[in-house]
Each structure stands twice: as structure tokens, then as C-alpha cells.
Design a protein around this ligand. Structure first.
Ligand code: PRP
Ligand code: URA
Ligand code: MG
Length: 217
């Protein structure tokens, strides 16, 4: 797996990352969602630098400009719920992309610290030969990402596979390194310290799905 860290230098990205973590700011759910969306826009721009472009002549009112345009077809696929605002940010940039949605949630069994990942709802277009962007803001244990990845791979063979996460724990990256192929790209906006005993990212931000859309039962 090839890992791309995108917040190593000072930029407005760090400002947005600070706000989604900040207990004095992040309970404003509209601001939380919009900040995740803005981070998605920045990540999409960074990712776009690695895609393929084809020459094109653009007719202006005054002449012709020889330039390039995006040649690859993108599929944006996000993991519900927390993936939705990040998905929207990517879609603001790759506005011609096709879109897929998959649900994954932690199903706690007897012990509240142990869980299985349940993948249920899936609405996915044909992924063959296209760039698949798998989008989820939080990479904690990495189990949701691997479960959804395996489900998607049953549907075809993309040209390139890019995973986009906002905050990653080292344990999650390790899990992906063990279970995903070499040619997968992982894009990370912030690498955090560790997981706590409930498998939440520390310092992280808390529960991204709840901050974006409210508590669930
Ligand atoms: O790396 P993992 O240990 O699998 O955890 C990460 C998952 O947890 C979050 O979703 P969550 O299960 O909280 O669902 P939600 O988006 O509905 O809140 C997050 O959006 C990931 O999908
Ligand atoms: O820290 C975490 C881990 C999983 N899901 C979240 O929303 N946050
Ligand atoms: Mg959640």
C-alpha cells in the first residue's frame, strides 16, 4: 500500500482539522459537516495531481488554448454514515464522478469492547476500469475499510484504488497494510497516536457519525 500524508506543511487544512477536533467548536454539526466537506475538497485536489490527463484544445472567445483535462473516470464510494460529508467534498471537485454508497457499522456482541463489522446496504455502479475512491473520515481499527473493500472487489476490477481518510490511527494503517494489495493508495489528512480501549482514535475527534448527524440508539 502506498501512503500519502497531506497535512505535513502548514495550510488551511490544519485549521479545518483543528475545528473538527475541538470540543468547543465541533458540536456545531453544520460547521462539522462543512469542515469535513472542505477537507474532502482539499484531499480531492491533492489526489487529482496523480491522475491521468489528456491533451485538449479549448475554444475561448479570442482563440484556442491547448491544455489538458482529466482522462480517468472516477467512482466515489463512501461508507455510511460518516462518509457522507467527505463524499460531498470529493464530489464538489470530481463533479462528473459516479457514486456508490455502502453501509458498515460496528456490531457489538457480548463484550462492549469487541465488535464485528456488518456490511449491509450497497448501491454501487460498475467499477471496472475506473478509479475507485473509497471514502471514510475515520480509520480506527481499519476493519470497516477492509470489509467494504473486500465487498467492492467482488464487483469488479478498478483501474486504480484510492482510500481517503481524514484521521487515521497507526493500528488501522497496520491492518490495511496486512490485508490490502500493494497497488492501493491510502490518503491520510492526519495521523494520530493510537486507539483507546474502545477502539476510538486518540486524540481523534470522538464519533464522526454522531457529530455529523446526531446520536443514534
Ligand atoms: O476502522 P474502524 O474501527 O472500522 O472504525 C472506523 C469506522 O467507524 C466510523 O463509522 P461508525 O461505525 O461509527 O458508523 P457511523 O458512521 O454510522 O457513525 C467511521 O466512519 C468508520 O466507518
Ligand atoms: O475514533 C473513532 C473511531 C471510529 N469511529 C469514529 O467515528 N471515531
Ligand atoms: Mg460512528
Amino acid at each position: 500500500m502506498q501512503i500519502h500524508y497531506i497535512s505535513q506543511e502548514n495550510s488551511i487544512l490544519n485549521h479545518f482539522l483543528g475545528q473538527i477536533r475541538d470540543v468547543n467548536v465541533h458540536h456545531d454539526s453544520m460547521r462539522f459537516r462543512r469542515n469535513i466537506e472542505r477537507i474532502g475538497e482539499i484531499m480531492a485536489y491533492e489526489m487529482s495531481k496523480t491522475f491521468s490527463y489528456a491533451p485538449v484544445d479549448i475554444q475561448t472567445p479570442l482563440g484556442t488554448k491547448h491544455t489538458t483535462q482529466l482522462a480517468d473516470k472516477q467512482i466515489l464510494c463512501s461508507i455510511l454514515r460518516a462518509g457522507l460529508p467527505l463524499h460531498l467534498g470529493f464530489l464538489n471537485i470530481f463533479d462528473n464522478a459516479e457514486n456508490g454508497f455502502v453501509s458498515a457499522f460496528r456490531h457489538h456482541t457480548d463484550d462492549e469492547n469487541h465488535f464485528d463489522i456488518v456490511v449491509e446496504y450497497q448501491a454501487i455502479p460498475d467499477i471496472n476500469g475506473k478509479n475507485l475512491l473509497l471514502i471514510d473520515p475515520m480509520l480506527a481499527t481499519g476493519q470497516s475499510m477492509v470489509a467494504v473493500f473486500n465487498r467492492l472487489m467482488q464487483r469488479g476490477t478498478p483501474k486504480e484504488i484510492h482510500l481517503a481518510v481524514v484521521i487515521a490511527a497507526p493500528e488501522g494503517i497496520e491492518h490495511l497494510n496486512r490485508h490490502l494489495p500493494e497497488n492501493v493508495h491510502l490518503w491520510v489528512a492526519a495521523l494520530d497516536e493510537k486507539l483507546n480501549e474502545k477502539n476510538y482514535i486518540v486524540p481523534g475527534l470522538g464519533d464522526a457519525g454522531d457529530l455529523a448527524y446526531g446520536n443514534k440508539l
